[in-house]
Design a binder for this molecule. Structure first.
Ligand code: UD1
Ligand code: UDP
Length: 384
């Protein structure tokens, strides 16, 4: 049983669902918690996934504890009726950790997809860093996306034989989707794409940035828009009302800022691929943009995804208004630095992560062997 609840988990689980459904060794059941609704359904729709179970837990203003308790309670009922042989959870959301706890308490083995990411700061990202650590304590099989994430797990005394380096399934999803070149439904985006003007894509949603910091981000975007009238800023804004209330007031009268609803994954990855620059606090976007050769400025002080920072495609700039304005404007005016950051690389995956996940599951069940660990190459995936 694959259990997930939010947009990024859905994107990263979709290639695994596809691979498991194609395998004769497994019966694959999808359970969604509905921690997200529209943003989750959008992804399942795109990948043709119809969940077998849906806990439909979303509430506006939901607290972490309400997500946790409703997920544990809902899953416990499901497990009581029909216990799966193993549960797969992905990443670091409250859905994923709650599902791991619920399965553990029922004696069901837990497989952790995207295991071993660590920022080293328990409060940033909050609550994700601690969620990941809890799930690592519970999991029987740890599917680490990179060698760095494997070494984080080894440092916490996870037995090496329980870790498989798969690459990140987000790169499978990206490669499967980007080739479709999905047209934009919003004509303003199609116009921006064909105008030849530079596009700055912005996304933000992190809980620890909400409030005053996020209001500062809104002002920073407005100031960049004023100073760079020839740049089109595209902001697909998260459905969280807390995010909207903080960001949008500063942006109402800015003609070169396109505030749009969350894009479907096909449109968003196309937008990323034509962006000049990305400004974000998202985890998944930090993994996708380097594969497309698009520089990323991350509005955080740390990251659990250091690989692309080391490779200089991603730079951490913090979340403070003044610094965001400075860094974005400086990069917009430094074509040489931009070109250096824009080298396409795939430290996070080669498009075959889901196949490695399925092979690792076969080994867990004694019906097959794991595949060799993922090793990054500079120009993997996109050019195969
Ligand atoms: C969640 C995850 C975060 C992940 C992010 C991806 C936790 C604690 N947080 O944060 O790790 O990076 O998803 O986007 O698990 N909403 C809707 N419709 C939707 C989605 C959200 O209306 O489809 C609104 C609701 O008002 C909801 C609010 O957004 O209460 C916040 O959603 P929630 O899942 O609690 O937090 P995220 O910030 O989305
Ligand atoms: N994404 C999307 N539409 C959008 C914005 C983002 O499909 O309008 C995708 C993006 O490509 C990435 C994922 O959503 O794969 C990231 O989700 P988010 O930033 O909400 O969560 P995080 O990755 O930070 O957990």
């Amino acid at each position: 049983m694959l259990i997930y609840g939010t947009r990024p988990e859905a994107i990263k689980m979709a290639p695994i669902v596809k691979a498991l459904k194609a395998s004769e060794k497994f019966e694959c059941v999808v359970t969604v918690t509905g921690q997200h609704r529209a943003m989750l359904d959008q992804v399942n729709g795109l990948f043709g996934i119809i969940p077998e179970n849906d806990l439909a837990i979303l509430q506006h203003g939901q607290t972490l504890n309400s997500i946790l308790s409703k997920t544990v309670e809902g899953l416990d009922l499901l497990f009581n009726e029909n216990a799966p042989d193993a549960v797969l959870v992905q990443g670091d959301t409250t859905t994923s950790t709650a599902a791991a706890i619920a399965a553990f308490n029922r004696g069901i083995p837990v497989v952790h997809v995207e295991a071993g990411l660590r920022s080293g700061n328990r409060l940033s990202p909050f609550p994700e860093e601690v969620n990941r650590k809890i799930t690592s304590q519970i999991a029987s099989l740890h599917l680490a996306p990179t060698a760095t994430s494997k070494s984080n797990l080894l440092a916490e005394k996870v037995p090496g034989q329980d870790i498989v380096v798969t690459g990140n399934t987000v790169i499978d999803a990206l490669l499967q989707t980007i080739q479709k070149q999905i047209p934009f439904t919003d004509s303003r985006l199609e116009a921006a794409a064909s105008s030849g003007e530079r596009i700055l894509v912005v996304t933000t949603h992190r809980r620890e940035n909400q409030g005053a910091t996020m209001r500062g981000m809104g002002r920073a975007i407005a100031r960049i828009a004023d100073r760079e009238p020839d740049v089109t800023i595209v902001l697909p804004v998260h459905l969280n009302p807390v995010v909207r209330d903080a960001l949008l007031p500063a942006l109402v009268s800015k003609s070169n800022v396109l505030v749009i609803e969350p894009l479907d994954y096909g449109e968003f990855t196309r937008l990323l691929s034509i962006a000049h620059l990305v400004l974000t606090d998202s985890g998944g976007v930090q993994e996708e943009a380097p594969s497309l050769g698009i520089p990323v400025l991350v509005m955080r002080d740390n990251t659990e995804r250091p690989e692309a920072v080391t490779a200089h495609t991603v730079q951490l700039i913090g979340a403070q208004e003044e610094r965001i304005v400075e860094e974005v404007i400086a990069l917009l005016h430094d074509p040489e630095r931009h070109a250096r950051m824009a080298s396409r690389l795939n430290p996070y995956g080669d498009g075959h992560a889901a196949a490695r996940v399925v092979a690792a599951l076969s080994e867990l069940f004694g019906t097959g062997r794991r595949m060799p660990d993922f090793l990054p190459s500079d120009r993997a995936g996109m050019n195969e």
